[in-house]
Structures are given as structure tokens and as C-alpha cells.
Write a protein that binds this ligand. Structure first.
Ligand SMILES: *Cc1c(COP(=O)(O)O)cnc(C)c1O
Length: 374
């Protein structure tokens, strides 16, 4: 069976975790600080704040952005459900906008949905493809809104020649194994705003004024105060030590993913009825996922294609979910035809590192034979 994804982990990551365990300091400590510094350096951001996962990264971003009960935040429905959940956590209302056939939030629909209650716009760099950050950034300036980027999938992608993470004040990343690099679970927020960074560092550790590492290293007795009601959203040093090793490999991993994607583009180039992910001069993707969209010209049933692939030993996944149709959100008030179509007519196919030529060929050939012989 050819899996849909596989994290690239080696002896080095295992050794790093092993070494950290033997230091005796296993929760947030020196390795987290090192990972943050290296992550900020990699993305070109001023500050990086490590947390337990991308969902908590988004939650802290909502808090420091000042999003509260009664506010609205515009985001795509077609995203992983955590995007919208982070808005709910602060008592605000997610307002779902459409996406385009580039998988990203549609700015024209966002403009239509801005009201006096809108506080922020949460864009998602879906499957690693950057949204048009500058356009959203200037829209936010015009309407005095805060821009938040859900970059869970987009580590190593670029926008206008710079890495995702360096363009705005609140950019949230994930290190779940389904993403391009992994720490088991884990998240990071990059920001240019020092006050945001400091407040998020407080909030991730119970609002504690002095962290335990500072107390541990202090020559005099110091007592902490709890400055506000915080959370336990810490990343552990074990995770961070794995993350440091993963970060060293990231550019290579992205390069390898792009080589595999190039073979897919070549292999699928003459097949009618499908649209492949596209980049332009402003954007490069890490190909966190490789998605195939089936147009109206393709008369096959998406789920049947997936079953046929599975029967032939090739795993696939349905396209990205739409949040407004999930039970937790489905109040019947939304109809987002493009998002629904994209979600129902897309197939995510295997892409991981390393992936041999034979395996890539098999995926291409099985998909081609299903799509061409119907
Ligand atoms: C994976 C993902 C998340 C959640 O990330 P976790 O680290 O698992 O919390 C949020 N948003 C998007 C777009 C994702 O793909």
C-alpha cells in the first residue's frame, strides 16, 4: 500500500530526543528557545513563539489580536476545522468566505462580508499554496482589521521571494505529522510585534511572570506572579530538539517534494477534466499536499475513483473539508458553491519524502488508467 503521507524522520531526530531526555530537562526550556531562534531565522521573522500545536497558536493569536465576544472574523470554510474553532474559542463568530480554484480564500467574497463587527481576517495558505498576503494586508489596513495567517501547511513556501512567516504580525504553523516537518505535535507563531510575542509567551505558560527556567538558573530566590489567566500551551524540549533537526532538513525536504510534484505535473499533463495546483511568479509552494480537482468534464464519481485507487494499493484522501457542513457548524445559513465543489471534487494523492521513481510512476499510471479508461 502506498500511503498518503509519511514524516521524514531519521536516526538524528531520535538521537536528539534521546539526548534531551537524558539532560533531565524535558518540558519547555533551552531547546525550545533554540528552536524558536532558529525558526525565526529560517522564516525571516523577528520573533517566534513555540506552542503545543497550531490550534493553540491560532487561539493565542486571536487573544493578542484582541478578538472578543461579539466580534466577527472572516475565514474560509474550506479548511481544517481548527481554523474556525480558534475563532469560537474567544467567543467570536467565524464568517465563512468562499475560496477560488487556487484553494485560497476569495478576496472579493471577503470584501462583501466585512461588517462593522469584523475584527480580523484569518487567511489560510491551503495545502501549502500561499494566499495573496499583500492584497489582504492592504484590505486590512483600509478597514482597520488585523490579519492572521493560518500557515499550518505552509512552512517553506514563499510569497514574493520571502518565506511564509515573515510578512505579517501573526503567522501560525503546525508540526503535526501530516505537515512538511513534524515534532509529533507542535506549533509556532512568528511575529514582527514584540509585544505580541511577549504576551503569547506569558499566555502559553499560565500567565506566569517568571518562567521556570529563569527561576531554576537564578542565584537568588524569586517568586512568580500570574499576571493574567493563561493556558498550558507549552511545547516540550523533547519536541523542540526534534524540531531543530527537522528544520535543518526543511529546504531539502521542500526541494524533494517539488521534484515529485514536477513528475506529477508531467505525468498528468494531457489528462482532460482535471486541474492541478498552480503557482505563479509571486508564490511557491512546499506541496504539503498534491490535490487533483475534477472538473465537470470528468464524469467519474470522486469517491469511486478513491475506492478504485485503494483497490490498486494507492491511498488517497478527499479534498479539504468545508467547515460549514460539519455538524458543529451546520446551521443551514451557508451556501458556498465553490467551496463545496472544491471539497467534493478533489482528491489528495500520495506525496512524501523519500518517494522512489517506481512508486511515483505507479501512482501516475493507476490514476491515468482510471481517468482515461472510463
Ligand atoms: C493541520 C491544520 C491545523 C491544525 O494544526 P494542529 O497543529 O494539528 O493543531 C490548522 N489549520 C490548518 C489549515 C491545518 O491544515
Amino acid at each position: 500500500m502506498i500511503p498518503i503521507a509519511k514524516p521524514y524522520l531519521t536516526q538524528e531526530e531520535a538521537q536528539a530526543a534521546y539526548d534531551t531526555i537524558l539532560t533531565g530537562w524535558i518540558t519547555q526550556g533551552p531547546r525550545v528557545v533554540e528552536f524558536e531562534e532558529k525558526f525565526a531565522q529560517y522564516t525571516g521573522a523577528n520573533h517566534a513563539v513555540a506552542v503545543s500545536n497550531c490550534t493553540t497558536a491560532l487561539h493565542l493569536s486571536m487573544i493578542v489580536a484582541g478578538v472578543k465576544e461579539g466580534d466577527e472574523v472572516i475565514c474560509p470554510s474550506m479548511s481544517y476545522i481548527a481554523t474556525a474553532n480558534s475563532i469560537k474559542y474567544v467567543g467570536a463568530t467565524p464568517v465563512f468566505a468562499e475560496v477560488g480554484f487556487d484553494y485560497n480564500i476569495d478576496i472579493e467574497d471577503v470584501k462583501r462580508k466585512i461588517t462593522s463587527k469584523t475584527k480580523a481576517i484569518l487567511i489560510v495558505h491551503q495545502i501549502g499554496l500561499p494566499a495573496d498576503i499583500d492584497a489582504f494586508s492592504s484590505l486590512c489596513k483600509t478597514h482597520n482589521l488585523i490579519l492572521i495567517e493560518d500557515a499550518a501547511c505552509a512552512i517553506g513556501s514563499t510569497y514574493k521571494g520571502k518565506k511564509i512567516g515573515s510578512h505579517s504580525d501573526l503567522v501560525c504553523f503546525s508540526f503535526h505529522p501530516r505537515k512538511v516537518i513534524s515534532t509529533g505535535d507542535g506549533g509556532m507563531i512568528t511575529t514582527t510585534n514584540e509585544a505580541f510575542a511577549n504576551r503569547m509567551k506569558l499566555l502559553r505558560q499560565h500567565g506566569m511572570s517568571v518562567n521556570d527556567r529563569v527561576r531554576h538558573n537564578s542565584k537568588s530566590v524569586i517568586f512568580e506572579d500570574h499576571l493574567e489567566v493563561g493556558y498550558n500551551y507549552r511545547m516540550t524540549d523533547i519536541q523542540a530538539s526534534v524540531g531543530i533537526k527537522q528544520l535543518e532538513k526543511l529546504d531539502w525536504i521542500v526541494e524533494e517534494r517539488r521534484k515529485i510534484a514536477a513528475k506529477y505535473f508531467e505525468g498528468f499533463k494531457d489528462i482532460p477534466g482535471i486541474v492541478l495546483p498552480f503557482e505563479n511568479e509571486d508564490k511557491t509552494t512546499n506541496f504539503q499536499s498534491f490535490s487533483i480537482y475534477l472538473t465537470d468534464e470528468c464524469t467519474l464519481d470522486r469517491n469511486e475513483i478513491m475506492q478504485e485507487l485503494l483497490d490498486k494499493g494507492v491511498a488517497s484522501r478527499r479534498g479539504i473539508m468545508t467547515t460549514h457542513r460539519e455538524t458543529a457548524y451546520n446551521n443551514g445559513s451557508y451556501h458556498l458553491p465553490v467551496s463545496e465543489k472544491m471539497a467534493d471534487r478533489s482528491i489528495i494523492i500520495p506525496l512524501y519524502v523519500p518517494m522512489s521513481n517506481e512508486v511515483v510512476e505507479k501512482v501516475i499510471n493507476e490514476i491515468k488508467s482510471i481517468l482515461l479508461h472510463n
